[in-house]
Design a binder for this molecule. Structure first.
Ligand code: PHE
Length: 339
């Protein structure tokens, strides 16, 4: 009995509350008509005479402590409320909260994702720090392949096996390793190349690469898909595919959109041709399919890759790629978009 009382004394001493409701619940628990103290007083008559004194003192101690606690907690809560007076005229209209703007890279990336999602492409992502296999070897670029120099690579520390990905084709390798055809995926992300920084190029930029693998995929499917994409992004547009070379596709092509030659800027942007190069593409080399565990006798596919930054420059007439990474709010505030 006495131990129970002591336990309650400990609890009362420790008790803290941060709301009037909690204080009231505490008061009811100990001090109300049906509270614990009344129970203890009721038990008093059963206590042997020689212990009545000790019991009585302890029970009174608990009662005083509980009552003091209630008073002090109430006081503390009241003075806390009084410390936060409400200043000013509550009927005044609020200050407008300034809304942020999405970064132009995100706007364009979201547009591209949205267009491809309409024809069944999902989005896949992967790590920016990669290994040699996913960035090069699996993509038909074995060690010492001269085409490795097409993308000047940043290596992590001195380990030649660990690098910053130079393209998001790495994600496509990972996707093929982990999924079975049919595959329809696009891989947006940041990539890194050891290039001199200028108004046209940066040592990091963003890509969206696409991959489509199924039975009987042809070059016509590729061209049709790209035509749909450019029509959606740039408005009805003429495209042309020029033969090119990538180690991971065969045949390979470079895609140009017809931009026009109406203004002086058009002349400058298209170097007087009216055409703008926007992406690389091709039929996935059977070696790549086999490297990634897909039967190249049964399946074929196409792939393409484009730089988001360059497209953002085009669509929003941004004169210098460096503006995209300087985080100048005067520049960023100009982009407001629902996407
Ligand atoms: N990975 C290539 C690059 O970064 C682009 C590309 C992707 C080309 C797919 C062809 C097919 O330059």
């Amino acid at each position: 009995m006495i131990d129970t009382l002591k336990k309650h004394i400990g609890e009362v001493e420790k008790f803290e509350a941060d709301s009037p409701e909690a204080v009231e619940a505490f008061r009811i628990k100990y001090l109300s008509k049906k509270g614990l103290l009344n129970d203890f007083f009721a038990e008093f008559k059963n206590v042997p005479n020689d212990r009545k004194k000790e019991f009585g003192q302890t029970i009174n101690q608990l009662k005083t402590l509980a009552a003091e606690k209630v008073d002090s907690l109430k006081e503390a809560l009241e003075s806390k409320g009084a410390e936060q007076p409400i200043y000013g005229d509550l009927t005044r209209p609020g200050e407008p909260i300034p809304l942020g703007a999405r970064h132009p890279i995100s706007i364009v990336k979201n547009q591209i994702i949205e267009i491809f999602s309409r024809i069944g492409f999902n989005v896949s992502e992967g790590p920016e720090i990669e290994d040699d296999w996913h960035n090069f070897t699996a993509l038909n670029l074995p060690e010492h392949h001269p085409a490795r120099d097409m993308q000047d690579t940043f290596f992590v520390q001195t380990d030649p096996d660990i690098l910053l990905r130079t393209h998001t084709s790495t994600v496509q390798v990972r996707y093929m390793e982990n999924n079975k055809p049919p595959i329809r995926t696009i891989s947006p992300g940041r990539v890194y190349r050891n290039e001199a920084i200028s108004s046209r190029s940066h040592c990091f930029f963003h890509q969206v690469e696409g991959l489509y693998i199924d039975t009987d995929v042809s070059f016509a499917d590729l061209k049709q898909t790209l035509q749909f994409f450019t029509d959606e992004l740039f408005g009805k547009s003429k495209i042309r595919l020029r033969p090119s070379y990538f180690p991971f596709t065969e045949p390979s092509a470079e895609v140009d959109v017809y931009w026009g030659l109406e203004t002086e800027t058009d002349y400058r942007m298209t170097k007087g041709t009216g055409w703008l190069e926007i992406m690389g593409c091709g039929m996935v080399d059977p070696n790549v399919l086999d490297n990634c565990g897909i039967d190249s006798e049964k399946y074929s596919g196409f792939a393409f890759g484009m730089g988001i930054d360059r497209i953002a420059l085009l669509l929003h007439q941004i004169p210098d790629i460096r503006l995209l990474s300087e985080n100048d709010v005067r520049f960023l505030e100009q982009f407001r978009s629902a996407l």
